[in-house]
Design a protein around this ligand. Structure first.
Ligand SMILES: Cc1cc2nc3c(=O)[nH]c(=O)nc-3n(C[C@H](O)[C@H](O)[C@H](O)COP(=O)(O)OP(=O)(O)OC[C@H]3O[C@@H](n4cnc5c(N)ncnc54)[C@H](O)[C@@H]3O)c2cc1C
Length: 400
């Protein structure tokens, strides 16, 4: 589905396309297309390229170095990046902590942290969840106790995405246990090189190292690293979570995956000896997910068009999260089915025997399909589990 853009918007789209054609390294493009893990250097190189173009922060205000693009321009940018298989920008600095720093941090903190986020030189991770505090985030127990002009931080964060690369972590910590749980939380910026921090990998179902435990053992953090008021961290945490929902539907990325699924199904044999794409059952499954994706896209565009108006998206964002994550999972399931045994080769080995007698469309890249299927089980959990999103929708409908 294409939107009817204005002539100015078409010029903008062509500018984005030209930039992507010039600056996107084909090897990086290939890795993104086939879901191969990106290195820290890959991610940083792409952020640097965007930064040099003046596009490092599509959603920041101009005064902080953002593009000042409107919602439609940001949408076009996301669409074109997905279509070209550009890496996704890391959200932790750009889309999560930066808006909090811009709104609530003091000038010294802004000057210290925003430039490194924009250029991609400084890598951030998110220290919210703990073993006993995920959906019920306010139950967090990592403590920060004042000693002179420092806090002494003790506790454990978990599921910390890409903390193994991080220079800084933004953390919710408990600074008062005697009050209602939301009222005793503070928001700290912590240097990951501080003595007492240990990062332990959690290996995921696809064998990938994407998440971690982060342990704090008497870590000294200057009080000057606290954002805003002590014990007001819950307000900042909620503000940040609002920004976490940007691009939550991931329509453009799913469209790229759908196209790839069709390519694979067009060369794989179906049950009756013809193409898998012509297999009635399989074709019906592709058609169903394609229709759902169209419907999601229309809803997403309605929200894009409404952005900037006084009403906030509210429960619609939860609907986008639920449907968008389910569609990503369905596409990965169909792709794993379409690649069949060739999609699991990477889990065992890169045994060339797997490639014998396989049609031209099959190549080592397809080996990632099953790993991807396992990996994407995460989408209905992170960013607010889908059950929690359903609760939000129910509350809105029932007005409670
Ligand atoms: C791949 C991945 C990356 C992540 N990255 C980060 C990160 O970088 N930083 C970070 O801080 N966190 C991160 N998270 C953590 C994520 O935010 C939590 O996993 C999520 O909030 C769910 O919390 P939980 O895992 O403790 O599950 P729980 O909250 O224990 O939930 C368990 C199950 O119970 C259901 N449930 C819980 N409460 C309710 C309720 N009230 N009503 C109905 N059902 C309910 C949930 O939906 C879920 O199915 C990541 C998680 C994953 C999987």
């Amino acid at each position: 589905m294409e939107i009817e853009y204005t002539p100015e918007q078409k010029v903008f789209r062509d500018e984005v396309r030209a930039f992507l054609a010039n600056r996107l390294d084909p090897e990086l493009q290939r890795k993104v297309r086939f879901d191969e893990p990106l290195t820290k250097a890959d991610v940083q190189a792409w952020q640097r390229a965007l930064f040099e173009q003046g596009w490092g922060a599509p959603s920041w205000p101009v005064e902080y170095g953002g593009t000042g693009w409107d919602a439609i321009q940001r949408h076009i940018f996301e669409e074109e990046c997905a279509r070209a298989n550009a890496p996704e920008q890391l959200p932790f600095g750009l889309k999560m902590v930066a808006p909090v720093i811009q709104r609530y941090a003091n000038e010294t903190q802004q000057q210290q942290h925003l430039p490194g986020i924009l250029s991609g030189d400084v890598w951030w991770c998110q220290g919210y969840s703990e073993p006993g505090a995920g959906s019920d985030l306010a139950a967090l127990q990592t403590t920060a106790v004042r000693e002179g002009d420092e806090y002494i931080v003790n506790g454990q964060k978990t599921w910390t995405t890409l903390a193994q690369h991080a220079d800084w972590i933004f953390c919710l910590v408990r600074t008062d246990s005697s009050v209602r749980k939301q009222a005793g939380i503070s928001f700290l910026l912590i240097d990951m090189n501080s003595p007492g921090i240990t990062v332990k990998p959690i290996i995921m179902l696809d064998d990938g190292h994407e998440v971690n435990e982060v342990w704090f053992d008497n870590v000294r953090v200057p009080i000057a690293n606290r954002v805003g008021e002590e014990n007001a961290g819950w307000t900042y945490a909620k503000y940040l979570l609002g920004h976490e929902r940007t691009n939550i539907a991931r329509v453009a990325r799913s469209k790229a995956k759908l196209a790839w699924l069709k390519e694979v199904a067009a060369v794989q044999p179906g049950n009756d000896g013809g193409r898998l794409l012509d297999d009635v059952d399989f074709a019906a499954r592709i058609a169903r997910v394609e229709l759902e994706l169209h419907a999601l896209e229309i809803m997403n565009l309605k929200l894009v068009a409404a952005e900037g108006r006084p009403t906030s998206p509210g429960p619609e964002a939860s609907m986008l999260k639920i449907k968008g994550s389910e569609i990503q999972q369905t596409l990965s399931e169909l792709l794993a089915l379409a690649t069949g045994p060739y999609g699991v080769a990477s889990l065992a080995s890169e045994d060339p025997a797997y490639a014998d007698g396989v049609s031209a469309a099959f190549n080592p890249e397809l080996y990632s399909a099953t790993g991807r299927y396992f990996n994407l089980r995460k989408t209905t959990i992170y960013g607010g589990a889908n059950e929690i999103q359903k609760g939000i929708i129910c509350k809105a409908i029932l007005n409670i």
